[in-house]
Design a protein around this ligand. Structure first.
Ligand code: ADP
Length: 192
């Protein structure tokens, strides 16, 4: 797509719903900046930075990193000039407090969110996708107990973010159980 429209979007969906895969597709397709908080945190951790050491225990337990830590980390990424074609948020905001902070940051940058897209996938399918990923990738948080915790936190803390955002932004729900390419096409249509 060669148009110069700016796309500022936030992708939602539980662990294993395909947010990362679809965000990478949008980066290739639209040139948007991909801002993935989980990847940023794992990177900090693998580099052994102070931030990485602070967050390691949260990552291992599948618990949310404190809001103020995440908000500070994301603040400068949003102001990045590379985000000129737009950005796709992957894994943020995950709490209503983060969503409030996001709205404030975006208002002061004059880069308001255009749309929130949710990838809906049935829980049994999420669990089997994550079990498969655990065999393919080295991620300490893809064990059954930690997966259950991440899914619970998504339901309890992140689903309410969608109600909050719906007051000011369109929220589109897509069937994330379809094949990857079909989800990608539905996503492009949703943000066109
Ligand atoms: P998934 O969506 O598969 O759970 P992510 O890579 O998005 O994986 O996140 C992995 C972990 O990183 C989360 O379980 C949490 O510990 C931390 N994390 C990522 N984003 C946030 C956020 N916005 N707020 C708090 N913690 C976060």
């Amino acid at each position: 797509m060669a148009d110069a429209a700016r796309h500022n979007l936030a992708l939602f969906g539980a662990a294993g719903s395909g947010k990362g895969t679809q965000a990478k597709f949008l980066r290739r397709e639209l040139g948007v900046e991909h801002i993935a908080t989980g990847e940023m945190l794992r990177h900090e951790r693998s580099q052994g930075t102070e931030l990485g050491q602070t967050v390691a225990a949260y990552l291992d337990a599948g618990k949310l990193v404190p809001d103020e830590v995440i908000v500070a980390m994301i603040r400068h990424r949003l102001g990045d000039p590379q985000a000129d074609a737009g950005f796709v948020l992957d894994g943020f905001p995950r709490t209503v407090a983060q969503a409030r902070a996001l709205q404030q940051m975006l208002a002061s940058l004059e880069r308001p969110l255009d749309v929130a897209v949710v990838l809906d996938v049935p829980t049994e399918q999420l669990i089997s996708r994550l079990a498969l990923r655990a065999r393919l990738e080295e991620r300490g948080d893809d064990t059954p107990d930690v997966i259950a915790e991440r899914l619970r936190i998504y339901r309890d803390q992140t689903e309410p973010v969608l109600e909050y955002l719906a007051q000011s932004v369109p929220v589109v729900r897509l069937d994330g159980a379809q094949p990857v390419e079909e989800v990608s096409q539905a996503l492009l249509q949703a943000i066109a």
